[in-house]
Each structure stands twice: as structure tokens, then as C-alpha cells.
Design a protein around this ligand. Sequence first.
Ligand code: KET
Length: 455
Amino acid sequence: MNTSSPSFSSSAADRRLSALVRHLEGSSLNVLDSRSRSIAASPTSGSHGAGNSVFDHVVRAPEDPILGVTVAYNKDPSPVKLNLGVGAYRTEEGKPLVLNVVRRAEQMLVNDRSRVKEYLPIVGLSDFNKLSAKLILGADSPAIQENRVTTVQCLSGTGSLRVGAEFLARHYHQHTIYIPQPTWGNHPKVFGLAGLSVKTYRYYDPATRGLNFQGLLEDLGSAPSGAIVLLHACAHNPTGVDPTPHQWEQIRQLMRSKALLPFFDSAYQGFASGNLDTDAQSVRMFAKDGGECLVAQSYAKNMGLYGERVGALSIVCRTADVASRVESQLKLVIRPMYSNPPIHGASIVATILKDRSLFQEWTIELKAMADRIISMRQQLFDALRSRGTPGDWSHIIKQIGMFTFTGLNSKQVVFMTKEYHIYMTSDGRISMAGLSSRTVPHLADAIHAAVTRVA
Ligand code: KET
């Protein structure tokens, strides 16, 4: 018998209906009545009036302090508007940049018909992981040679931090993490939501616009033994202030003497000095002493792969055996979170890192980006000097990396946005990478007006 015939279906439906009616006859009908009434009134039934949502209690969240700046910028119709909020590189023409080397690598990937879209392993692309560890720890790293490093591909820098934090919350005896004051605004949220307890250590001295080294040593010196310490590998965000190599060495000694666990955030390798090795020195210093540490790497800035979400978490362990057990647990963190990472961006990175000439081309393009940012610093500094803007602006040329921590207060920032359509974070951080020779005078005018007209 063809069970899908319409006549059978309708008669079967009829039978079910009459069975239901029989079943409901009597007292049970009232139950249905009241149930159907409550279903009709239920907010999910679709027949409710406005203002009756199951989400009625949800309050509007504020925009993200950094990414929200772009949201506001996008809404501004002014032709002179300038987005110096998010740390994203722009060309002299103010356009986003796709590196030439990235275009070439992508072309190679597209042309390779043997490539498929299968799932990657939970830990990501193997070549990518090996090459990423080498990039940050150095080709001659003893930890890599001794197989003591486990690296997992993650969703850019943020994802790498989060996976590392979740792992620590599950498997590390100390749940307190010390982050610099100030730091990237997402750090406390990433670590707090992973279940770590977040404390700060002094880092920046507004009076000198430099490092509060004494305060840093005191705070890390009084941290409980074993506490985790978040360190910006280079180009500290938002301050642009990095410890000197000598200060790094003192930090290392103090941290190792107290068994504090270093967790490096490396989001700007190559962007600070223009040299990948120079910018990895802090991490390598810690990895070389044989102790353990974590490193979160991002390829958002240095390869311009922002939206591809490519990054890596490396954990340097004491022994190869520990590293492999750690990796097995990282898989348990990742699998229920996003199963496995995306393939495209990591393939681009691996293609570039494993090919000598592509790698070389990358370093040249990277240096050009770093140099353009450095030249923007000089141009802005000169422009303020030529306007006689009150104050010492030498920090603009002293600070390192993508950002200048201007020292402008939140009222001055609001003024600059309102009057000059210049968008930046309310802490006075400006992304130098978003500036060009054409827009420097406009920014200098705005800063000059803010400083002279708004207290
Ligand atoms: N760490 C630091 C220090 C950092 O500045 C960023 C991004 C990240 C990690 C994360 O980047 P990812 O895209 O996940 O690899 N900072 C810029 C963008 C942002 O806030 O998301 C910024 O500060 O503007």
C-alpha cells in the first residue's frame, strides 16, 4: 500500500482527529480550552501585542568602546570625517590595505585544484601552527627543538587569548590574572568570562607619559606566587609604551623568582619596530630561560588579515610530554566552543611563512606599514609644533606601535568628534595607522582647538 497517497493521508488524519475529539470529550476539553487560551496569550505564539516579548527585560547594552567608534563614524555623513578609533591600517589614501603578498598567496591557493574544504583538525592547520611558533619563538628556539611547545590555531588574537584563558581556568592552580593598567579594553572581559579573577598592575605614568616601572615591579612583587601575568609582547595598547630590553630582563627575573606565569599577547609583531625578530624579543627572553609561558598571536595587523580571524595560541611547557597532554586538553576547550578553526586565513599565512620569497616580500611590506606609521608620528608632532599647541607632544614620536596615547581627556575627545568629525576612543587613543599626510593638518587643527578651548 502506498502510505503517502493523499486519500490515505486524509483518512488517517480524519481518524486521528476523531480519536482526539473522543479523547477530549468530557472534562479534558476544559483543559484544552485553558491550554489553548494560554498558548494564544503566550509571547512566543505570535499572536501577542507589542511589548509582550519574552525578552522584554533585556536592556540595551552600550556599544563596544573601540568597535563602537566605527559604528558612530559610519553614521556621520560629513565628508571630512576621520576614523582613528580601531587599530586598523590604512593607506595614504585612507583605504584598507590587502598586502600584495597576501593577494599572491591567495591566488596560489585558488589555483591549486587539489585543495578541498574539509574540516581542519580541532587544533587547526599543522603547518600554520609549526610556522607560527617559529615566528614568535625564533627558528633556533630550544623549546621548539625539544618539542615542548604546543600550538593551536585560534580565531585571531582574541580567540587565542580566550582559549588560553579557558584552559588556565580549568587546569592551572592560580586563577588570578594581572593585567596592565591601562590595557586593551577587551582583556578584562576575555579573562573574566573565562572564569579568571582579574587584577591590575601599574604600568603607565600619566605624569611622565612613560612606564611606571617602579609601580610595575612593586605590584608584580606583591602578587601571589603563581599568579598569571598578561604582558603585551610589544607596542603596548593603548599607551605605546614598552619596557626597554633591560627592564624586560628585570621583569623576567622578578616573575621567574615568584613563579608568576607569563601570558603574552602578541598582536603587533613587526608593527613596533618594523622587524619581526626585534618585536619578539620579550617573548623569546622568557622562552629561552626554560620556563613556561603562553603566547597569543594575531595576524590581524601584521598581515592585514583582520576579518580572516587568524591567530595562534602557543604554550611553552617544561617537557614534550607535558606539552602533548596540554594539547589534548586544549582540544577539549576548543571542540565545544567552535569545533575547529577556519581554513582560509591560516592557509594564506602558512603559504607565506613557508616560502622564502613570499616571506621576504611580507617583511618588506610590513616594514613599509611600520615606517608609514612612524612617519605619521613625526608629521603630527611637527604639525602641532608649528601651530604652537600648548604642551609637550614629544610622546607622539616616542611611543611605539599603532597608537598614540595623546593625553587628551574625554571632554576634548567629544569636542573633536563634534566639531571636527574625528573619531577616537574616549581615553584619547588615536590610531596612527588611520592617519595620512592629507589628514594630519585636520587632526592637528582639532587637537589644537581642543587643547586651547576645552579644559
Ligand atoms: N590584543 C591586543 C593588544 C589588541 O590590541 C587587539 C586588537 C587584539 C589582541 C585582538 O585582535 P584580533 O583582531 O582578535 O586578532 N585591537 C584592536 C582591535 C579591537 O579592539 O578588536 C584595537 O585595539 O583597536
